[in-house]
Design a protein around this ligand. Structure first.
Ligand code: ZN
Length: 200
């Protein structure tokens, strides 16, 4: 929010408090992590309520509030605009109620998923290796970066690359580290020769 310049220090702090109190964030080993339900809510919001999560919508209403403060616009017209926006969101919510319920229920293990990711309990979006969408993205990133690293450090072999990634606690995402760990522990088979060919 700070980077895109929306909210104030006060509202940002309150939002972070809310994220913790709703258990969308937690502290693990001294680090803030997004919880499973946190990821799930973010997915639901970005899939079904794109407008609600957009920076533009927040910015628009912040401008309206400023305009009210300087008497450039009437409070009632802003309230009407807000009401219209919320009505539209509720309408969309009602239409997508079933799909949202399925996503949330799968995430909370209320209904079973077809196949599970071999790293976490989320639903796998691909077979061989069975990975959820987050671990699949991380897997692709890991493979792609190996090729980039190999160009820079020719002597770097695959196992040492994985070890480096697993140790890179701060600058590397948790999903990528988990995939590197799973490959290192041979829970995932990687056909390096085909990857090398594809990247040549
Ligand atoms: Zn996963």
């Amino acid at each position: 929010m700070e980077q895109v310049n929306i909210g104030t220090e006060g509202t940002r702090a309150r939002i972070i408090e809310t994220l913790f109190s709703r258990r969308y964030l937690e502290v693990k080993a001294g680090k803030v992590e997004v919880t499973k339900i946190g990821y799930c809510i973010a997915e639901v919001l970005s899939t079904f309520f794109k407008e609600l999560t957009s920076v533009e919508l927040t910015r628009k209403f912040e401008e309206y509030i400023n305009n009210i403060r300087f008497n450039r616009v009437k409070r009632e017209s802003v309230l009407n605009e807000a009401k219209k926006t919320i009505d539209k969101l509720i309408e969309n919510f009602k239409k997508s109620l079933y799909d949202i319920g399925v996503i949330l229920s799968k995430s909370l293990n209320i209904i079973p998923v077809n196949r599970k990711c071999i790293i976490c309990d989320n639903e796998a979006v691909v077979d061989k290796p069975a990975l959820c969408k987050y671990h699949l993205l991380a897997y692709e990133k890991l493979i792609k970066h190996y090729w980039i690293w190999r160009k820079a450090f020719e002597s770097l072999d695959w196992i040492n690359y994985l070890k480096k990634i697993i140790r890179l606690k701060s600058s590397c995402g948790k999903w990528v580290r988990e995939v590197a760990q799973a490959i290192y522990e041979r829970k995932i088979d990687v056909d390096l020769s085909s990857i090398m060919l594809n990247n040549q």
